[in-house]
Ligand binder design. Structure first.
Ligand code: ATP
Ligand code: MG
Length: 427
């Protein structure tokens, strides 16, 4: 026997019925984002490697060790996208969407990072993201964050997450802070781990984000970025806090929140939960005013967020949010042989033409009526529609309720459509 081929490690098949959770979550994202005036943008999954090297930063986890990069048949260096912001900015510049314009965009899809697979961390994962261009803030920062709060509310997980915010200041003020931080960390050099030593000169801010518990004390005593903010960033941050408080979006200030990518400026935020173990960040975002220019566009303000869909859905499942009912069939059509099946096929098309929302399963594969009724019951359908010899002769159909005590009825096709319309609309 040939050996079985399995999926690539860390790349998951998403199977039914779990796909219902995905569809449900995705429909909420689409609805809320579009309700706030965000337009969908669809971006390629492959990009030139240089795009990510230049935007995410050379000394970051992603670029150092997580990218799926390869040389294609034309000797081009390509990478499976590890995140979406760089592609979105690239597309925006390439198609002239950003120049002197305000844009509110969203997208969803798979992303790829070569990480150690574990709960909430995979090699192919999905994000749903929003990006805004052309607005200085902090009004839009507040609107974006409050939209993320509404999303969490509608997904049913708001009680399980906390909002953390911080400000990274401008690139200039961060340079000043960086010097103070390096001075402090150099004084504690002997207590740093390998990773941090490597980052000390190249990207010391990333040390603040270290997951090593032994560094907690040193990090706790480090100078705070918030004490080094320039006046403009400080005002921006204070106004944002005012807006959020006014809007009833509670938050914590986390002075060590620096985010994993280099391009952030001013506002950064994360929604975190303690319900998913180590992979607690459900949504992360912030402002990245420098990125458009860094990728060759005319300087433009920008900010955005990304929800990790796997973590969001794990949390929904943990919160007991079920999406079962929505996908159950309304009706299951059983027939007693080839001739009846041919009638059934026509009836199915007729009903679908009349009732846009009808979920009807047409029994295929033959078998006794008894057996077909068993399948109808198992499918979760509310009704069985029956075409047998008797019905065929009378040009009618029978309908039998499977979940409530109702007499079986014989109806004409158009009566059946009307009957189902009433039943479906009640749901
Ligand atoms: P982490 O610190 O958990 O590695 P990150 O800072 O690398 O996260 P971002 O680049 O900010 O993550 O991505 C935004 C969101 O996408 C994360 O908050 C998370 O919910 C999700 N995410 C990131 N990497 C993965 C992954 N490998 N598997 C599943 N979800 C992920
Ligand atoms: Mg990561």
């Amino acid at each position: 026997m040939p050996t079985m081929i399995q999926a690539v490690r860390g790349m998951n098949d998403i199977l039914p019925p779990e796909t219902r959770h995905w569809q449900y979550a995705e429909s909420i994202f689409r609805h809320i984002l579009q309700g706030h005036g965000y337009q969908e943008i669809r971006l390629p999954i492959l990009e030139k490697t240089e795009l990510f090297n230049r935007s995410i930063g050379e000394v970051t986890d992603i670029v150092e060790k997580e990218m799926y990069s390869f040389v294609d048949r034309n000797e081009e260096n390509l990478t499976l996208r590890p995140e979406g912001t760089a592609s979105c900015v690239r597309a925006g510049i390439e198609h002239g969407l950003l120049y002197n314009q305000i844009q509110r965009l969203w997208y969803t899809g798979p992303f790829f990072r070569h990480e150690r697979p574990q709960k909430g961390r995979y090699r192919q994962f999905h994000q749903c993201s929003a990006e805004v261009f052309g607005l200085l803030g902090p009004d839009i920062d507040a609107e974006l964050i409050s939209m993320s709060a509404l999303l969490l509310e509608k997904l049913g997980v708001r009680p399980y997450v906390t909002l953390q915010i911080n400000s990274l200041g401008t690139l200039q003020s961060r340079k000043i802070y960086r010097d103070a931080l390096v001075r402090y960390l150099k004084a504690h050099e002997k207590d740093l781990d390998q990773d941090s030593l490597k980052r000390l000169n190249k990207n010391p801010l990333r040390i603040l984000d270290s997951k090593n518990p032994e560094l907690k004390k040193i990090i706790g005593g480090a100078p705070k970025l918030l004490d080094h903010l320039d006046e403009d960033s400080l005002k921006h941050f204070e106004k944002l806090q005012e807006y959020l408080t006014d809007a009833g979006v509670s938050f914590e200030i986390n002075p060590n929140l620096v985010r994993g990518l280099d391009y952030y400026t001013k506002t950064v935020f994360e929604w975190v939960t303690d319900k998913l173990g180590a992979q607690g960040t459900i949504c992360a975002g912030g402002r990245y005013d420098g990125l458009v220019a860094q990728l060759g566009g005319k300087p433009n303000y920008a900010l955005g967020f990304s929800f990790g869909m796997e973590r969001t859905i794990l949390l929904m499942q943990q919160a007991g949010i079920t999406c079962e009912e929505a996908a159950m069939p309304h009706a299951y059509l059983v027939t007693d042989g080839e001739e009846s099946f041919a009638e059934g096929l026509k009836l199915g098309n007729y009903l679908r033409g009349k009732l846009d929302d009808l979920r009807l399963i047409l029994h295929c594969g033959g078998g006794s009526l008894k057996n077909q009724f068993k399948k109808a019951d198992k499918s979760g359908a509310q009704f069985a529609i029956i075409i047998g010899e008797h019905e065929r002769k009378n040009h009618s159909v029978s309908i039998k309720a499977l979940r409530e005590e109702l007499p079986q009825q014989t109806l004409f096709q158009d009566e059946l459509a009307e009957y189902l319309r009433l039943k479906i609309s009640k749901k």
